[in-house]
Write a protein that binds this ligand. Sequence first.
Ligand code: ADP
Ligand code: MG
Length: 256
Amino acid sequence: MSASDPRPMVRIRRLTKSYGDNVVLRGIDLDIMPSQVVVVIGPSGSGKSTLLRCCNGLELAQDGDIEICGQPLLADGRMLPDGQLNKLREEVGMVFQSFNLFAHLSVLDNVTLGPRKLRRLPRGQAREQARALLEKVGLAHKADAMPASLSGGQKQRVAIARALAMQPRVMLFDEPTSALDPELVGEVLKVMKLLAAEGMTMMAVTHEMSFARDVADVVAVMDHGGIIEAGPPARIFTAPAQPRTREFLQAVLERG
Ligand code: ADP
Ligand code: MG
């Protein structure tokens, strides 16, 4: 890397994590540059969720480094102390397969809660921002609805708006459409595409290969806790270097 290269938004080195004897991440190296979209694919149990959770400080790794916007979240396996960790976490938005909305709060209050509690944003300002974000995800008309009245696709779009309300520098998506009925997948992918087009830095675990093909700058393939290959989707999908990648893609295609 020359000195003129921009710094990675997310820089991961030698990331190593075990649960007991089960080594789940085996020395992951990965850079995500500003505005890049990295799609992570790979079989179930290969460590995709664990990788994302480590990047948000939700899991403590045993070894390695993670930097977010140049700030160390993890250094030689040591995590930031809680106070600083929570601050850095606000830079990293996360969206899960299960939407995790607060059931007792309206859509609008779900989106304003984080900024009000964690950023001490005044109520009026938080609501104004939330309305703009709901507009962006196509749900301005649902501001006063309760989560239970929404479809899965709508819930997930609220979850995205809620994450964006913290004004993260990076968004992590862990199979954001896997719990959705097929006809609702598109509306969530559309929002993710919009964010990508706006220049949001993203890392997404997804089996939506059309999204990977159209939006990803890099597809990283995980197997048994390692990234076995990474590259532009056009290459990974047409000329994978690893037999395991070929097998995995075949299996996904057959599943439809
Ligand atoms: P993926 O998201 O690719 O399906 P995960 O990161 O969820 O994979 O899991 C990787 C491995 O870590 C699996 O073997 C899983 O059983 C194990 N694992 C994940 N979370 C835990 C946990 N909280 N405790 C013990 N083992 C876990
Ligand atoms: Mg997972």
